[in-house]
Design a protein around this ligand. Structure first.
Ligand SMILES: NC(=O)c1ccc[n+]([C@@H]2O[C@H](COP(=O)([O-])OP(=O)(O)OC[C@H]3O[C@@H](n4cnc5c(N)ncnc54)[C@H](O)[C@@H]3O)[C@@H](O)[C@H]2O)c1
Length: 331
């Protein structure tokens, strides 16, 4: 009998890839999503690849009444993976309240429900933004929370603190920069907001949806003046959730893990590699720095490799080819 795992935000980008991996290894993922930042395309895609109907509930996770009702009728949920939330650093700078309300609000509601449930197991989608601009690179999990550079980062810090002080067993996964798509081409990033992450914008420029990419800042103290990030294939990231879940169910811990490759790449590295592996040109020019962005961050991945036995399987080339394939399938 498959163990039921609640996946909030499971119709979104990282959630849908994780639902795929969960089902593949024998869990029964149950999706809650209010579709505020995705479409039903990933739900159709998942059902097609997996040849089943993944249970789906259109519910707003920050609505206590609806969530309590859900938990009442589903008292056999083994664990929850909480992806539901907004994710744009730049939008959070423009509209912080939207981020505080949804990201923190949904986590508070979920914790209330989980603490009363039979199984108090939670995996949380955190982010390397909790580190602010770290003093030491690569950054490891022992680095303190510094002042977050954006309200988005603040919400992730606040959620981790709330989770830590709850009675739930929990693992917070601090993602670096997820990119790429599933190799089926049937699930991917369906964000309904304007893409604000680099790779989706590069892909939109390449296919003519956007005229050009503005590279935000060419005067950072880095090898080519542009920001450095740690880009991780979303399929590798999804597998990290399954490893974390298995570990949580077995060991009943409170833990945090970085999920990155350990490799820092600049914005220009990404543009050049995207052009090379997909054999096309991307129009870009330099613009001012963007509020909320830090200069450089990449992961120290020792902990997740040693404890969860997780490792990177996909290359940056594979990630950028799959990102372009997804974009072409959406045209
Ligand atoms: N993509 C990234 O670069 C990145 C990096 C670090 C952390 N994260 C975190 O990972 C999680 C998933 O990110 P993603 O890239 O898959 O984003 P996404 O927008 O594709 O997925 C989030 C999903 O949550 C749903 N959602 C949002 N608020 C909801 C609510 N109140 N109730 C129900 N559903 C709701 C949206 O409709 C969407 O389908 C987010 O918490 C995000 O902050 C993402």
């Amino acid at each position: 009998m498959r163990k039921k795992i609640l996946v909030t935000g499971g119709a979104g980008y990282i959630g849908s890839h994780t639902v795929f991996e969960l089902y593949k290894v024998g869990y029964l993922p149950i999706i809650i999503d209010n579709l505020c930042n995705t479409t039903d395309q990933n739900l159709f895609g998942l059902n097609k690849i997996l040849r089943t109907n993944i249970p789906f509930y259109k519910i707003d996770c920050s609505d206590l009444g609806q969530m309590q009702k859900f938990f009442k009728t589903h008292n056999d949920i083994y664990a929850c993976i909480h992806f539901a939330g907004y994710k744009s650093v730049s939008e959070s700078v423009e509209n912080p309240k939207k981020y505080y309300d949804n990201n923190i609000g949904s986590t508070e509601v979920l914790l209330k429900c989980l603490e009363k449930s039979n199984f108090k197991n939670l995996i949380f989608s955190s982010s390397c933004t909790v580190y602010g601009m770290p003093d030491i690179l690569p950054v490891n999990e022992k680095a303190p929370f510094k002042k977050a550079e954006s309200p988005y980062g603040e919400t992730k810090q606040k959620c981790e603190i709330l989770i830590n002080s709850s009675s739930c067993n929990s693992i917070s996964l601090r993602y670096f920069n997820p990119i790429g798509s599933h190799n089926s081409g049937l699930i991917g990033d369906c964000s309904s907001d304007n893409a604000s992450n680099l790779v989706p914008i590069v892909a939109e420029v390449a296919c003519g949806i956007r005229d050009r990419l503005i590279v935000n800042g060419d005067d950072y103290d880095t090898k080519d003046g542009t920001c450095i990030r740690d880009y991780i294939h979303v399929q590798d990231l999804a597998v990290a959730h399954v490893k974390a879940l298995n570990y949580l169910l077995e060991n009943k811990v409170k833990e945090v893990f970085n999920v990155g490759t350990g490799n820092g790449l600049s914005v220009l590295d990404i543009i050049n590699t995207f052009e090379k592996v997909n054999n096309l040109k991307v129009n870009y020019n330099f613009g001012p720095r963007r509020l909320g962005d830090i200069q450089e961050i990449y992961s120290d991945g020792d902990k997740i490799m040693n404890v969860l036995k997780w490792k990177v399987n996909k290359t940056i080339n594979e990630a950028l080819i799959s990102a372009w394939n997804w974009q072409k399938s959406r045209k």
